[in-house]
Write a protein that binds this ligand. Structure first.
Ligand SMILES: [Zn+2]
Length: 481
């Protein structure tokens, strides 16, 4: 059973807080404008997603190398990329209450920055219908608005002891530019040949006017991006390649194909230099919104950096020195937090287990599954789950606690494990279901007799008796299947 409305968001947000996935940022001080902190399970979940992405697109491929560029970059970077000039929203301010908001073409207030966090600067917004805005403030309702002014979405800070024009820098609004400015360094040190790509995972910052929808739009977020450099006449086949890669990634995340849409962005809505862009959209409870992006950026970025820096960023074919050119670029772009949200929404289930279990009563379930009729479960793909195995003594007494600790100490060397001995076994199973743990290992009276344990499967609820000596192999066999 899957909720398709806002209730699902409320449930996810509450589960995230209750179980330690995601907390409101700076909560003891009343929070800070839709900032969020990832708790023990949230950071493990993010780590799994980023590690798999890196393994798949960097480690397992000969044609992609990694990079970790600085967040603060020379401001000239943003001149070259166009962010200084065009990365802005037109805003009006209410002179009464000083609320700032964005106007749409009809002069009505709306949430700013409808364009996603993962795309590069969109084409400039259409001109507003007249200046010296008439209309009502959405906050106080009064009609006393300033004229529309461009508000740059880059977050500013200053370097060094002096504040002022000369020391102003920006937190990068995307990771991509760090890749372009290192193109020559990487070419020279890795001797990669076209086609090849550079991948980066890192934080980016955008001063969104109204962030919102939980972790969907935040001012601080993490991107996983690849700039893939190709010859111009090969861009179409590489674009298809990357679209297929994104589709496979979505399958492996457990996202339902029916919740995804691959939207061709029309020429009007594309950045002016892009010849093809596909928005990968997910049906979030608050609407169908961009999850990932794939853009053919032509040779726009490197050319812009050649112009502004004066450096020669051409690629030279090592086998043919006459074969020199500015490479074209395909950019697959993934948001980490949006991935986390989509994965959690897709994995969330409420199951009525009394009916499911009645003709499937496991022989040795320790009487645990009958306590509640409904269980909440995050059916993560195994590789995504923050905890793979929970080790649970049926009771603390009779040496079961000690025995369970021994089992835990072995398993933790190989798997993300959790040890839990507090509360009834049924409650502990529920907790593990709620955080998506694929396997629960239970140490019971029989364990003390014959060194075997039960392994409970999250999805089928079946329990199997496994010898402790075989346990690690049994679990890794299941996890890797
Ligand atoms: Zn107002």
């Amino acid at each position: 059973m899957k909720d398709s409305n806002d209730k699902l968001m409320d449930k996810i947000i509450s589960l995230c807080k209750r179980r330690g996935f995601i907390f409101p940022g700076s909560e003891i001080y009343g929070g800070l404008q839709n900032s969020w902190d990832f708790g023990p399970l949230g950071v493990a979940l993010k780590k799994n997603i980023k590690a798999e992405w890196w393994k798949r697109f960097v480690q397992n491929r000969e044609d992609i190398v990694g990079l970790d560029a600085a967040i603060l970059m020379n401001p000239k970077v943003w001149e070259a990329s166009g962010h200084s000039e065009t990365f802005s929203d037109p805003l009006v301010e209410c002179k009464e209450c000083h609320t700032r908001f964005r106007l749409d073409e009809n002069g009505k207030s709306q949430a700013p920055s409808t364009k996603s966090q993962i795309n590069s600067p969109p084409k400039a917004d259409p001109p507003l219908a007249g200046n010296g805005q008439s209309g009502k403030c959405p906050n106080c309702g009064k009609e006393n608005l300033t004229e529309a002014q461009d508000f740059n979405l880059m977050l500013k800070t200053s370097l060094g002891a002096t504040e002022g024009k000369g020391s102003e820098v920006y937190f990068r609004p995307e990771t991509a530019q760090g890749i372009f400015v290192n193109f020559k360094n990487i070419l020279n040190t890795t001797r990669k040949r076209i086609p090849f790509g550079i991948a980066q995972i890192g934080k980016a910052f955008r001063n969104e006017i109204t962030p919102g929808n939980f972790i969907f739009r935040t001012r601080e977020f993490e991107q996983m991006e690849i700039e893939y450099f190709v010859r111009e006449d090969e861009w179409e086949s590489w674009f298809t390649h990357w679209l297929d890669q994104i589709k496979q990634w979505n399958v492996d995340l457990g996202l339902d194909d029916g919740d995804l849409e691959y939207v061709e962005v029309s020429e009007d809505e594309r950045a002016h230099y892009s010849k093809r862009t596909v928005d990968i959209e997910y049906k979030f409870p608050f609407g169908q919104k961009e999850l990932y992006g794939l853009a053919y950026r032509t040779d726009h970025d490197l050319k812009a950096h050649i112009d502004v820096s004066g450096e020669d960023l051409k690629y030279m074919n090592p086998d043919d020195s006459k074969d020199r050119f500015v490479p074209h670029v395909i950019e697959p772009s993934f948001g980490v937090e949006r991935t986390v949200l989509a994965v959690m929404l897709s994995a969330y289930r409420e199951e009525n287990i009394s009916s499911q279990n009645s003709n499937n009563q496991a022989p040795n379930n320790n009487g645990a599954e009958e306590e509640n009729d409904v269980r909440v479960i995050l059916k993560f793909p195994y590789w995504v789950a923050p905890v793979k195995v929970a080790v649970l003594p049926l009771m603390k007494k009779d040496g079961m606690g000690e025995k369970a600790k021994e089992v835990f100490d072995v398993l933790k060397l190989e798997f993300d494990c959790e040890y839990d001995e507090s509360g009834s076994i049924g409650k502990r199973y529920r907790r593990q279901d709620e955080i998506g743990t694929p396997f629960c290992v239970t140490i019971d009276h029989d364990t003390l007799e014959n060194d075997s344990v039960t392994v409970r499967d999250r999805d089928s609820l079946e329990q199997e008796r496994v010898a402790i000596a075989d346990l690690a192999g049994y679990i890794s066999g299941k996890l890797n299947k």
